[in-house]
Ligand binder design. Structure first.
Ligand code: ZN
Length: 267
């Protein structure tokens, strides 16, 4: 009789665990079987892509070097700054003795997505910076930020992506204006939470008016990366998606073009 009760108890425990897994997480089997929606957070590379607007930076170029008609094979060659389009800033971008893009640990390039939407606050304040209070507010609704998260900031700035001038938003003093993270929020994320990296739908994790790039220093100094010019953040839930981040492997590079996939849990 005791054995029968123990068996029933085990069955109940197993079935409740199983249903929890199916509802709230994504297995490799789910992905392999095509049960998950996968959202591309990457803009296609072309000559209109936004890049960091400083001397020596330049637009993406592509030229055809062989055609099917003339050569029997289609092939092209391209050039681009590392910090153009959807890309990653490796920890060596702003700090000495930190890994280059080819040395990023693969384990940190996969993790849960935490999507914080501040687009309503940015609407009338282009220079808005994410605050610690914004993060706490997010956690009150969605629960504590999961360990190994990649924080993705949806500022709504992605709506300007197709117009580089509006996206840079330079004023008459040549100052850029777009939203970003505050230094306090960056310190909070690296010290009080367990994150793999951060990302944003603008040219920089520091807001446009920043002259000291504090957020870059804070994040890179703690050996973490930054994703910039991310697409499709409005298509993600606040939590539940899993990110796969695949940067170009430039030996010794400070960053580079990066394909980013968000895998939504099966329905
Ligand atoms: Zn960058």
């Amino acid at each position: 009789m005791i054995k029968r009760w123990a068996y029933l108890l085990l069955m109940i425990l197993f079935s409740s665990c199983h249903s929890y897994t199916a509802i709230s997480s994504t297995s490799l089997e789910d992905i392999a079987n095509g049960n998950c929606t996968i959202i591309d957070l990457t803009y296609p590379l072309n000559r209109t892509n936004a890049y960091w607007p400083a001397p020596s930076y330049a637009p993406f170029t592509y030229k055809t070097i062989a055609t099917l008609k003339d050569d029997g094979v289609f092939s092209g060659a391209y050039s681009t700054p590392e910090h153009l389009g959807t890309h990653i800033d490796a920890p060596n971008h702003f700090e000495e003795n930190q890994p280059s893009v080819d040395k990023l640990s693969l384990e940190t390039l996969i993790g849960p997505a935490t999507v914080i939407d501040i687009s309503d606050k940015v609407e009338n304040q282009s220079d808005y910076e994410l605050t610690v209070a914004d993060i706490i507010d997010w956690e009150e609704v969605n629960g504590r930020i999961k360990n190994r998260s990649i924080i993705l900031l949806n500022t709504g700035w992605w709506k300007k992506w197709d117009d580089y001038e509006k996206y840079k938003n330079v004023d008459h003093t040549k100052t850029l204006h777009f939203p970003g993270y505050s230094a306090e929020a960056a310190v909070f994320l690296v010290e009080k939470r367990d994150i793999n990296g951060i990302g944003i739908d603008t040219l920089s994790a520091d807001c446009g008016i920043s002259a000291d790039f504090k957020v870059h220093h804070i994040i890179n100094k703690s050996c973490k990366y930054i994703l910039e010019n991310i697409a499709n953040l409005d298509k993600l839930p606040p939590s539940g998606a899993t990110l796969i981040i695949a940067p170009i492997k430039i030996e010794g590079g400070s960053g580079g073009q990066t394909r980013i996939w968000a895998i939504l849990p099966p329905p």
